[in-house]
Write a protein that binds this ligand. Structure first.
Ligand SMILES: Cc1cc2nc3c(=O)[nH]c(=O)nc-3n(C[C@H](O)[C@H](O)[C@H](O)COP(=O)(O)OP(=O)(O)OC[C@H]3O[C@@H](n4cnc5c(N)ncnc54)[C@H](O)[C@@H]3O)c2cc1C
Length: 357
């Protein structure tokens, strides 16, 4: 009797020449088109132009019609959509099967999707059903024009190197990208494109939704925030974040943190900035007690002005900051708060006096 188990991955060989076109799965969530999906039209356009093919946006949902032109304004050549009331409730299986039906019909060579909660859930389901493989969390793309192989670029675990990944045997080549890794392409309302409605056999979900409720918080998500005050391990405790919150409230910002601050339980994971957190595009990013590891810096590539506050003058964050303050945050932050409050009060008094005059 054999003691070892042999695994054999069998699949039908495919003819790569039958697969053409670059697709971007364009999510609609809570009746809004996902900005993270539209951002993918940026690399999507570059890839499609290089290999001389069309860029297609795919939309699935119960009410998608009012969004159909947006992908075209942002660079898509075509929109293919499925609108059906049975898609009102998202489940990975039902959405995944709908996307699968479209892929099997049209045979795109590349499918990109945003690494949102839904993207991270349903795209691997689709990739696995097609035995296509998937590269998650890509940070850049290129394409081999000769073979039409997509070069999917991402940092490997823990390293500052970059991995260049290909899937030369299978189609479609599938990849997810976290929000804000790419900038939104320029919006141009004069662009024209084709819109195709598709009808697909939508499967019955295996789970029934009994009750659902959106918990909407007042807090702005960090990926959308204009001003961020971000804390790291240098804060020493959760108490330090209370100080950052006070500063953030004064300047109408939100609080975020490094992975070390998340690991310590001082701030929730959805507020983590970096490679395994979120990428931000704030106009002002204040990094407090954050050393500036490559994985953190990755998340602030799109931040406009970076201010670093760190006790160590040699901390790498200073090399990536526009302004640096060397010192203990317990001294610097209260001083900043005091000065901002003082200036705000002066302004209030000035306004009062000019009203009285
Ligand atoms: C696969 C992988 C993915 C990762 N993903 C992420 C990610 O998404 N985001 C992320 O942030 N990290 C990520 N990391 C971790 C990353 O490598 C660093 O370990 C982390 O960013 C360090 O966090 P930190 O700067 O808060 O802590 P530290 O590196 O410990 O830095 C603390 C800083 O605080 C300063 N300091 C200390 N006391 C004070 C004080 N009183 N006042 C002012 N400054 C002070 C110190 O001088 C120091 O520079 C990842 C790592 C791996 C391996």
């Amino acid at each position: 009797m054999s003691t070892s188990t042999e695994f054999c991955l069998e699949w039908e060989p495919i003819n790569k020449d039958e697969w053409r076109g670059v697709w971007v799965f364009t999510e609609i969530f809570d009746n809004e088109i996902s900005e993270a999906s539209l951002q993918l039209l940026n690399p999507g356009r570059m890839i499609a132009d290089k290999i001389g093919t069309e860029l297609v946006s795919i939309m699935i949902g119960d009410k998608v019609q009012k969004h159909l032109l947006e992908p075209i304004y942002y660079g898509a050549d075509k929109v293919i959509y499925v609108e059906d009331e049975r898609l009102a409730v998202y489940t990975p299986e039902v959405y995944g099967e709908t996307l699968l039906a479209l892929i099997r019909k049209y045979k795109p060579e590349i499918v990109l999707a945003a690494g949102t909660l839904r993207g991270r859930e349903m795209i691997p389901y689709v990739a696995n059903s097609l035995r296509a493989g998937i590269t998650a969390d890509c940070t850049d793309f290129d394409v081999d024009v000769k073979t039409r192989d997509l070069i999917m670029i991402r940092p490997p675990f823990g390293a500052t190197l970059l991995a260049y990944i290909r899937a030369p045997e299978r189609r479609p080549q599938m990849s997810t990208v976290r929000p804000n890794v790419f900038k939104l392409p320029k919006r141009d309302e004069s662009r024209k494109g084709e819109i195709i409605r598709e009808y697909v056999d939508i499967p019955k979900p295996r789970i029934e939704l009994v009750h659902s409720e959106y918990i909407k918080t007042e807090e702005i998500p960090i990926e959308k925030a204009e001003i961020i005050v971000s804390g790291g391990r240098g804060l020493g405790s959760a108490e330090g974040f209370k100080l950052l919150e006070k500063l953030a409230n004064l300047i109408e910002g939100v609080v975020a943190g490094s992975r070390k601050a998340v690991d310590a339980g001082w701030i929730p994971h959805e507020r983590q900035v970096g490679q395994t957190g979120k990428s931000v595009k704030a106009s002002l990013y204040i990094a407090v007690g954050i050393s500036g590891a490559a994985q953190h810096l990755f998340g602030i590539r799109e931040a406009v002005t970076v201010v670093a506050i760190n006790i160590d003058p040699d901390a790498p964050i200073f090399e990536n900051a526009d302004y640096g303050i060397v010192g203990d945050y317990k001294v610097i932050i209260p001083a900043l708060i005091e000065e901002i409050e003082r200036r705000k009060n002066v302004k209030k008094t000035d306004n009062k006096q000019s009203l009285q005059r």
